[in-house]
Every structure is written in C-alpha cells, then in structure tokens.
Design a protein around this ligand. Structure first.
Ligand code: PLP
Length: 404
C-alpha cells in the first residue's frame, strides 16, 4: 500500500482491490480511416514507397501540413521529431561550442539534438504561470557564444513568443520552436510554429497527429527550406551526383505520410477534444484543491496532456497519488525529469565547463515535485474526460481524507 494511504471500507480505490473507475485503460493506438487504408493499398500496388522514388504521399503531407500554418510556410518531412530538431539546428549552422538556450521542462530530444550537433544546451528556468521558458531568465543566460534559442511549447502550452521572439531578434539569435506537443496552440491567435526561423514537430505516440514514427520541420524562408531538404537527403542537391555538404538520411517514407495525412484531416477535432478535457479538469479540480496549469494570458493551450499541481503540503504523496489514479485505469504519470536531472547531460555539461544544477532553475525544481500529468487524448471524448475527472477526484478525496 502506498505510504500515507490507509485502506477504508467506503468507496474503495482500485489500488486497494476496489472496482476501477474505468473498466479498462483507453486505447492509445492510431485511428486509421477507410480512406487511409485504401491509400496504403494503392501505395503498395504502385510499389512507390518513398518520396525520392516518385511516391506522392510524403510530398502531399508536407504541403497540406504546411498549409495549416499559412500559405507562405513550407515543410520537410522526416522520420522522427528528434531528426526534425537536429535538422533545424544543423540548417541554422549550430555547431561545436555554440550555446543554445533550452527550457528545463522539455522532452530530452531537444537537448539530445543540441548535443548531436556538438553544441552546448544552456538550461533555462521556466516561468511559473505556464511552466514554459522564462524570457527574462533566457536574457540573463545569453553569452557571446549563444547562437540560438530552442523554445519548447510543452504539454501543449504556448511559450511567451512575443518576449522570446523580441529577445532573439534584438540579440541576433536563431529561434527554433519545438511544437511536437503543441499542434495548433496559439499566441494571440497566431499558431506556434510560425514565430521561429524553424519549427519542429513529432508524430510519435499520443501526439495530436500520430503516424507511428515521424516528424516535420517547417519554415517560411525559401533558402532555409532548400537547406533543410538537402540536409535531410544526404546533403545532396537536386542532381543525381550532387553531394553539396555533409547531411543526414532521415526522410519520411510513404506509409507514415498517408497515416499523417489522415491525422491531419482530424486535427481540429483532436485539438478541441483535448482542450475540452483539459479545461474541464481545470474547472472541476479547482474547488478540491488540485490546480491545473492555467492557460497563459498570451495564448491557448492544446493540452497534449493536462499538467496538475498538488498543493505544497501534498508533494510527499504525489507519487502514491499517481499510482492510485493509474490503478483506476486513468492514464496518469509523473512528468519526465527536468533537463538538470538527466545524468548524461549534466556530465556532458560538466565536461564542457558549462555545469548547471537544480539551483539554477528554482521554478522548475519546485514544480516538478508537485506535478502529475493526466490524459487528454487521443480518443478522449467528453464522457471519458468526465470519467477520468471522477476517478482522479475519487483518489484525491480519499487521499485528502486519510492523510496524516
Ligand atoms: C516535445 C517533444 N519534442 C521532441 C520529441 C521527439 O520526437 P520523436 O519521438 O519523434 O523523436 C517528442 C516526442 O515525444 C516531444 O514530446
């Protein structure tokens, strides 16, 4: 039995052998429409499995995905979100010894991509309202070696792009957005992904669009687009034997492109389901002392997941709470550790005389010990969100009532 929880006879929690709120966990697999199934068969019959051997689907996915962000935007499809980030950094000319400012709360891929380009991640604390990168702190971290800011719209919450864009343009820094969790999130009604020089997306599990594995980089500038295209394809120019520069081999194949297009056709619906779930949790939890992270005054979240903060006095039982909610068949997790707690990264930073610790990021350090993430999708219509809310509150009430 988790510490701090006592068994009672009333309304038993699933973790104590009671009936779970939801009978079975919800599926997390990708929906595939009959249109997509037919396209996959068509693609297999054609034998054209790759864009570079005349397959049409990756090209079409790039065009339609980019159009979601604006008529002037272009996309290069790749095999993962991490490749998308690496490609963007490489296209921006980030190399050995360059510093790239990155928020403490992000997925490890942002730091990996920086290190894969032999650059130095400089970990920036988050601002308390949205838990996204603090523009004020980012400004303090700028040094003569700083070349770029890699901002991450984490959990679907848009970062403060007005302040961060201004900072980058006044300081002459490249701005890269990691939008893997924030398809369609907005800042003053403008979609994230359109503020930076480059924006990276991922189509892996639970994303607003998922195609198994895949990624995309978008940008508005034509020459940046050409560089991205070249870099994604061995550094090769348009001609057969045209090896212009060192490059990656990270193209998207035709199958994921077909599934990605299918997801794109449901994107607006997926965004509104997740927003409805996240906002419903926020309203319902408030009177019970659980806080969700509010959408910032500058924009709208698309709730990749719903981050929830337990009150200060309950941080010691946060892990037990997560176990008990999960036992109700509600997807609930402790968030990934912040960058300053990733051992390979901290030793890389030490070796490069760029050591950082939790003390450099007090907001992220405090929040991480109080946070848990609650499901918002995929496949989470309102009645399921109500059930997740009911199960979470069942555990929280029990817990709050039995805490020493
Ligand atoms: C914010 C963020 N960035 C990057 C990635 C990396 O994407 P991939 O797993 O496709 O490499 C992920 C994946 O979950 C992510 O959540």
């Amino acid at each position: 039995m988790p510490n701090g929880m006592r068994k009672t006879n009333q309304n038993p929690l699933a973790i104590f052998g009671g009936t779970p709120t939801r009978q079975l966990p919800l599926p997390t697999g990708v929906r595939i429409s009959t249109t997509a199934r037919a396209r996959v068969l068509e693609m297999m019959d054609s034998g054209l499995l790759s864009l570079y051997y005349s397959g049409p689907w990756a090209r079409r996915f790039e065009t339609e995905f980019a159009a979601f962000f604006g008529a002037d935007i272009r996309g290069v499809s790749v095999n993962s979100g991490t490749s998308a980030l690496s490609l963007a950094l490489s296209a921006a000319g980030i190399g050995p010894g360059d510093e790239v400012i990155v928020p403490a709360f992000c997925f490890v891929a942002a730091a990996s991509a920086i290190v894969q380009n032999n650059a130095i991640p400089v970990i920036c604390d988050v601002e308390p309202q949205s838990l996204t990168m603090s523009a004020t702190r980012a400004r303090e971290l700028i040094s003569p070696r700083t070349k770029a800011v890699l901002v991450v719209h984490f959990w679907g919450y848009p970062a403060d792009m007005d302040s961060i864009s201004t900072l980058c343009s006044t300081e002459g820094l490249t701005l890269i957005e990691d939008c893997a969790q924030a398809f369609g999130a907005t800042v003053r009604r403008r979609r994230v992904g359109t503020f930076g020089d480059y924006a990276a997306f991922a189509f892996s599990v639970r994303k607003h669009i998922s195609c198994g594995e895949g990624g995309m980089v978008i940008c508005a500038d034509h020459s940046r687009y050409n560089t991205l295209r070249t870099l994604s394809n061995y550094g090769k120019g348009p001609d057969w034997d045209d090896y212009e520069r060192l490059g990656f081999s990270c193209r998207m194949a035709e199958f994921p492109a077909i599934i990605g297009l299918d997801g794109l056709s449901r994107l607006t619906e997926e965004i509104s389901d997740r927003q409805n779930a996240g906002r419903y949790y926020g309203r319902s939890f408030l009177s019970h002392g659980l806080l969700t992270i509010k959408e910032p005054e500058w924009g709208e979240s698309v709730y990749f997941k719903c981050p929830v903060l337990v009150p200060d006095g309950a941080r010691s039982i946060r892990d037990d709470l997560v176990k008990a909610i999960s036992a109700e068949n509600i997807s609930c997790r402790i968030p990934h550790r912040p960058l300053f707690r990733i051992d390979w990264l901290t030793s890389y930073l030490r070796k490069n005389s760029a050591a950082m610790t939790a003390d450099d990021c007090p907001v992220a350090r405090d929040a991480h010990s109080r946070l848990f993430e609650l499901e918002t999708g995929p496949w989470l219509p309102m009645q399921e969100a109500e059930m997740s809310c009911e199960g979470t509150l069942k555990v929280w009430r029990h817990f709050a009532g039995t805490r020493d």
